[in-house]
Every structure is written in C-alpha cells, then in structure tokens.
Design a protein around this ligand. Structure first.
Ligand code: NAD
Length: 299
C-alpha cells in the first residue's frame, strides 16, 4: 500500500504544522477541523509557515506554490476522509473529544485508511475501540515545531498490526521525520519519558535554593554541549503547561513539595504574565535570552 492522500484532523497548533510539512513533502493533504474558525486559523498559520520557509529554510516560491496547491480545507468529515490513505489526528487533548471524533471517523473512512493519533499524554489503547479498526490504529507523535524538532515517535498499542506500524514508520520518514519506533505503549513516548523527569529535577534544584537557574543551565550546557539548559526549555514549553504537569504530578503523588512548587510557578510567572517565550518573558527575556549570548558560558 502506498500512502498518497493524507487527512489531518484538527487544524490547530500542531495539526497545521503536520499538514504543512506533509504537503511540502509532496502528499495530497486535506485539513479537517470541526469549526470554521479552526480552518481560518489553520490557513493563517499556513501563510506564516510559507513566509518562514522562504525566509529561513531557503524554499523557493515554486515550492511554496506547489505546497499550497496540495492543501485543501473542510469542516465536513465525510468529504475529508472519503479517499484518505492515512488520517493524522490532532484534535484537542481531551478523552471525550478524541473518543467521539474516532466514532464518527470510523463511520466515514474507507476500510483501508490507517488512523494515527498525535496525543501527547493519552495512550492509543484509551480509544482504540472507538476507531473500529484497532489493527490499523497507532500513535504518530510529533514535536513542536515539526520541521525543526523532527522526531516522529511511532508507537503501537497491543492491537496494532506490525504491517501498519512499519508503514507509518516509512511514512514518518517520507515527510521528513526521523522515525522513533516504540514497540509498546509508554506514557510520554521516549522524549517526554526523558524530558519530564529532567525538567522536574532542575526545578527541584531551583525551588530548594540549591543553585540559581542560570548556573543550573550553564552546568548542563557546558557539560553536554546542549544549546539550552532546562530553564531555557521550560520557557519554550510555557509556564501554563509546566504548572499543569506539576499539579498533575502533585495530585498523583500527594507530595506537598510539588503543590508548593506549582504554586510558585503560578505566583511568580503565570499571575505576572511571564508565560515563557510566547509572552517574551519567562525565566529569561526574549527575543534575546541571556543563554544565547556567546559569553554566557564563560562567566
Ligand atoms: P489546538 O487547540 O491548537 O488545536 C486543536 C484544533 O482542533 C482546533 O483547531 C480546534 O478547532 C479543533 N477541534 C476541536 N474539536 C474538534 C473535533 N471534535 N474535531 C476536529 N477538530 C476539532 O491543539 P494542539 O496544540 O494542536 O494539540 C492537538 C493535539 O496535538 C493534542 O492531542 C496534543 O496533545 C497534540 N500535540 C500538541 C503539541 C503542541 O506543542 N501543541 C505537541 C505534540 C502533540
């Protein structure tokens, strides 16, 4: 089976990027969003990505024109999937929304269509039943922005057939991702299984006044050659997400220190509008954070 026609469900932050990248790489792409506003936002994102690709990736006007010619947009799910070889789903991170989306999708998609979910925190088995085709369902998880952080984490659930897993690994490669095969369900995939505890350890050092955040970042950057340290990464992730993850962990473990740490993120950052890169201020100030200064690591 050759994948040619791809439907992206959900035209938000990630869906719009996956759609753009997939069309750029030569596939026919239909963006489906449940809301007209979602479609309009996605089209605005695509104008921005076109400018970005020309300005910073050296794409030609002809390549951009071809990319647009491969993109269509609709709020009609039946039309969106009637000739789809693969559906990549990026609807909101909410179990009820995911379940009802897959139930509806199962009604309209041809039998051959493979379904992939981009969920960051849920496992495919949480809604495999609703897809009506668990063997052809698995996760293909992207990172933001998909063209720079280009790992494609391909993860099975217990019912995924190997043949479709292999097909999606190849597809991920065809759209410019480096495929990361994940053979069994793992909350957080590979990346967040590493990143979440790492960021938590860094926050503990800061919260307990063991060291200041710049020194912690310097230690990491000098010792590993990384371009940023944990606090630079926290600014990229955004303080709302940092707070949500810390609260989730605090509730799961009933650990009072985590509740206090979440509270500090709220009062020192969220309440002051210091949400991270998106608002120009987090631990560092943007667009020129101190850790990007060549002298940062020399003092
Ligand atoms: P988002 O809120 O930016 O976009 C969601 C889109 O889905 C919106 O355009 C909305 O109109 C649309 N939508 C709402 N209900 C729908 C429905 N029933 N059917 C179809 N479309 C519907 O969200 P996002 O950040 O793009 O996240 C989407 C998924 O991608 C989530 O599962 C998330 O975990 C995953 N993801 C996000 C990131 C990230 O950095 N934002 C990274 C990796 C994975």
């Amino acid at each position: 089976m050759k994948i040619k026609n791809v439907t992206i469900a959900g035209g938000g932050v990630l869906g719009s990027q996956i759609a753009w990248q997939t069309a750029f790489k030569g596939f026919n792409v239909i963006v489906y969003d449940a809301f007209e506003e979602g479609i309009q936002n996605c089209q605005k994102y695509h104008q921005r990505y076109a400018e970005l690709f020309i300005a910073s990736k050296g794409s030609s006007a002809a390549e951009i024109e071809k990319t647009f010619s491969r993109l269509t947009y609709t709020t009609n799910l039946k039309e969106a999937v009637q000739d789809a070889d693969l559906v990549s789903e990026s609807v909101p991170e909410n179990l009820d929304i995911k379940k009802s989306f897959y139930k509806e999708l199962a009604q309209w998609a041809p039998e051959r269509t493979i379904f992939t979910t981009n969920s960051s925190t849920m496992l495919p088995s949480h809604y495999a039943k609703e897809t009506g085709r668990p063997g052809k369902f698995l996760a293909l998880h992207f990172s933001n922005p998909v063209w720079d952080a280009n790992v494609g984490e391909v993860m099975k659930h217990p019912g995924t057939e190997q043949k479709y897993f292999d097909l999606v690994v190849n597809f991920a490669q065809d759209i410019g991702m480096v495929p990361i095969p994940i053979n069994k369900e793992q909350p957080g995939y590979v990346l967040n299984s590493l990143l979440v505890p790492f960021l938590s350890a860094a926050q503990n050092l800061w919260f307990n006044h063991v060291s200041d955040f710049k020194s912690i970042d310097k230690t990491w950057m000098i010792s590993t050659g990384a371009k940023s340290g944990p606090f630079g990464i926290l600014d990229l992730v955004g303080m709302q997400t940092v707070y949500n993850i810390t609260m989730m962990d605090a509730k799961r473990t009933n650990n009072p220190v985590l509740f206090e740490r979440a509270e500090k993120i709220k009062t020192e950052f969220i309440d002051k509008g210091r949400m991270g890169i998106s608002t120009g201020q987090g631990f560092y100030s943007y667009p020129n954070p101190e850790y990007k200064d060549p002298d940062f690591l020399n003092r």
